[in-house]
Ligand binder design. Sequence first.
Ligand SMILES: NC(=O)c1ccc[n+]([C@@H]2O[C@H](COP(=O)([O-])OP(=O)(O)OC[C@H]3O[C@@H](n4cnc5c(N)ncnc54)[C@H](O)[C@@H]3O)[C@@H](O)[C@H]2O)c1
Length: 381
Amino acid sequence: MSTEIRFGVIGLGLMGREFASAAARWIHLSNLDVRPVLVAACDTNEKAFDWFRASVPTLQFTTTDYHELLARPEIDAVYCAVPHNLHAQVYCDIIQAGKHLLGEKPFGIDLAANDQINDTIAAHPKVFVRCSSELPFYPGGIAIIRSLLEDDFGEFVEVESGLLHSSDLNPEKAINWKRMIEFNGEYGCMGDLGMHALHVPLRFGWFPRRVQAQLTKIVKERPDGKGRMVPCLTWDNAAIFSEVETAVGHCFPITLHTKRIAPGETNTWFLKVMGTKRSMAFSTKYPRTLQVMEYKPGGVQAWQHIDLGYQSAYPTITGSIFEFGFTDTILQMWAAFCDELVHGRRSMQQPFYCVTPEEAHQSHLIFTEALRSHAAWAGLK
Ligand SMILES: NC(=O)c1ccc[n+]([C@@H]2O[C@H](COP(=O)([O-])OP(=O)(O)OC[C@H]3O[C@@H](n4cnc5c(N)ncnc54)[C@H](O)[C@@H]3O)[C@@H](O)[C@H]2O)c1
């Protein structure tokens, strides 16, 4: 017998539809006794209701005012995917209404907004809150996570992680809210993409003791879609250089890349963990290939390229030799959210859980320090 979680969605754009699709495809998961049922949808743009009404047979209620959705007692949990300037207000209202929440990153437009969300969470300890980040659920990501939990990497030499986009290379692409500071925030590309790069490092406690960042604006104005050019003020690319100190005093560098203009990279998430005994690397650019190198002193240094199949965190009906993709990561992340909400961390089916509010807060500390360090960047004279 499956436990049903009745969901409302606030924000029916790109990501709101991904959740609806994952909930509709729940039969894909072969062994989970929890399932989301999408009953209510909210967006200020009424046109967004058409697709939801046509595609979601369980939908009972639509509204342009999210307070009406929150007032409905039958709703247990909310997925919220709205622009960053609204995160603090809407997330706090959801939590105060006693609804469990999966909120989109960056979990507040800035550090002050994130603090407001965390204060509200602290005042409502019975509400379960997590932040969205799906890409580590690729089989290559899960393989590295499992190995970090079970295997000896020796001393960490270096970690590199990132998310790379390329569509903004086109200067004719019209501006949207994600390129406007008032809606997207001062973090720019870091707020949009940074959580993807940080989820795994922060999960393993690699919170840096110092941070330096190189931020760039490449396309400085864009068409507004009405025939004029307008300034595009958000950061396009960020390289964050940081250093982590382990409990035993060993220091190693972590480099994080969040780029909107990485030529040729549509949505490349990658993670590389180098150790003196074991190193592993995975990139969604080559979604079947996991790279592993094991090293014994004096031995051969040879990378293995392992062809991965569908080795997901949560088992599915898909044959293990088949390929895995973005929509599968969304389904797996939702499985982890629902599993942890109903069973608790210790009784989850597998160990990799969604980003916690504490981890989201750590990401804000890193982005805030990255902004500060870039502003203080001194040129050679
Ligand atoms: N996890 C990921 O991979 C991923 C990918 C893209 C975006 N995101 C995040 O998802 C969030 C939304 O991004 P998106 O790409 O879906 O944006 P989007 O522009 O496609 O959708 C946002 C929706 O919110 C609606 N909205 C605005 N104000 C509202 C309000 N007051 N009440 C209800 N609805 C309102 C808009 O009308 C729009 O339909 C952002 O936080 C973004 O960072 C996450």
